[in-house]
Design a protein around this ligand. Structure first.
Ligand code: C2E
Ligand code: CA
Ligand code: CA
Ligand code: CA
Length: 279
């Protein structure tokens, strides 16, 4: 209110109301989406920078709404984040990732890794290690084929539980990547505390790296630091050949981004692999 007058206040009020209404509406719809088979996965290739060989795929969730079309995950995952339904959906993503890995292996790509995003609630779910253990047995693949991606948001819930869960999963053979590195407030502290293998430099630094000196310096010093710690580094959001060239020069291990490929819908995976990937 105050200087803006009542109209402004009213606006905020309306906006908030609309946001809540949308939230409740979406949550209701998304709860039926799994049963109605409206979810699918898209896979985005990650390349080894030097050899330009395929290293793995990041698994990205897609919601095909019958009326509204494709709804991006950033529009519904945050809304679900604290609901039990998110857990159910996350477990569906994990199981489907195992199925797709087998499909990829059948196409002749036997060394490819799957990078799967874990949600915050999933990460403090004590059932997670047993669930993953059961999937490993059912699909008869080693856990070394999976890299689990965590953001700082995933970790903040309870750092001690997080470390416990991570240790249990590590014992099974899973590896971990810290996602969106550099965008949180405590990345370095996490790096010190958490048993991680890979760091993913957030795409917001990559987009302007050749125009903005601060982004450039942040990237090259992050790569150097990560490698000095004995970890590996992925740059995401690589959109141009010039970015790829610069990242290669600076010894970034892996790249992911539209320059090589957008996320590939699972139904197009076979054609994509035949056309674009050579083992
Ligand atoms: P993220 O984990 O940081 O995933 C990378 C996002 O960057 C993806 O967006 C991808 O499509 C996009 N991207 C990749 N390369 C480029 C590029 O060169 N340029 C641009 N502009 N964008 C690029 P997407 O698929 O919309 O996913 C958004 C976020 O939703 C993900 O960010 C992740 O936090 C979350 N998400 C997606 N799938 C899952 C899931 O299965 N579980 C959980 N918990 N979160 C997920
Ligand atoms: Ca990710
Ligand atoms: Ca990311
Ligand atoms: Ca992100």
């Amino acid at each position: 209110a105050k200087k803006d007058g009542g109209g402004r206040y009213h606006m905020h009020h309306m906006e908030m109301y609309q946001r809540i209404a949308r939230h409740v509406f979406l949550e209701g719809e998304v709860r039926q989406a799994l049963a109605k088979q409206q979810f699918s996965l898209s896979l985005q290739p990650q390349l080894e920078t030097k050899s330009r060989k395929l290293y793995g795929f990041e698994v990205l969730l897609r919601w095909h709404h019958p009326k509204r079309g494709l709804i991006p995950p950033d529009d519904f995952i945050p809304i679900l984040e604290n609901s039990a339904y998110m857990l159910e959906l996350s477990y569906w993503v994990l199981r489907r990732s195992f199925e797709l890995l087998l499909q990829i292996q059948k196409l002749g790509l036997t060394q490819v890794r799957m990078a799967v995003n874990l949600s915050a609630g999933q990460f403090v779910d004590p059932k997670l290690p047993d669930y993953l253990k059961a999937l490993l047995a059912e699909f008869a693949v080693p856990a070394s084929y999976f890299e689990l991606e965590l953001t700082e948001q995933t970790l903040v819930k309870d750092i001690n539980i997080a470390i416990e869960v991570m240790s249990a999963l590590r014992e099974l053979g899973f590896s971990f990547a810290i996602d969106d590195f550099g965008t949180g407030y405590s990345s370095l502290a996490y790096l010190k505390k958490m048993p991680v293998d890979v760091i993913k430099i957030d795409k917001s630094f990559v987009f302007g790296m050749l125009e903005n000196n601060a982004d450039y310096q942040i990237i090259i010093s992050t790569i150097a630091m990560v490698k000095n710690l004995g970890l590996q580094v992925v740059a995401e959001g690589v959109e141009t050949g010039a970015q790829l060239q610069s990242l290669t020069q600076h010894d970034c291990d892996f790249i992911q981004g539209y320059y090589f490929s957008r996320p590939v819908p699972e139904v197009e995976l076979e054609d994509f692999i035949r056309a674009k990937i050579k083992d």
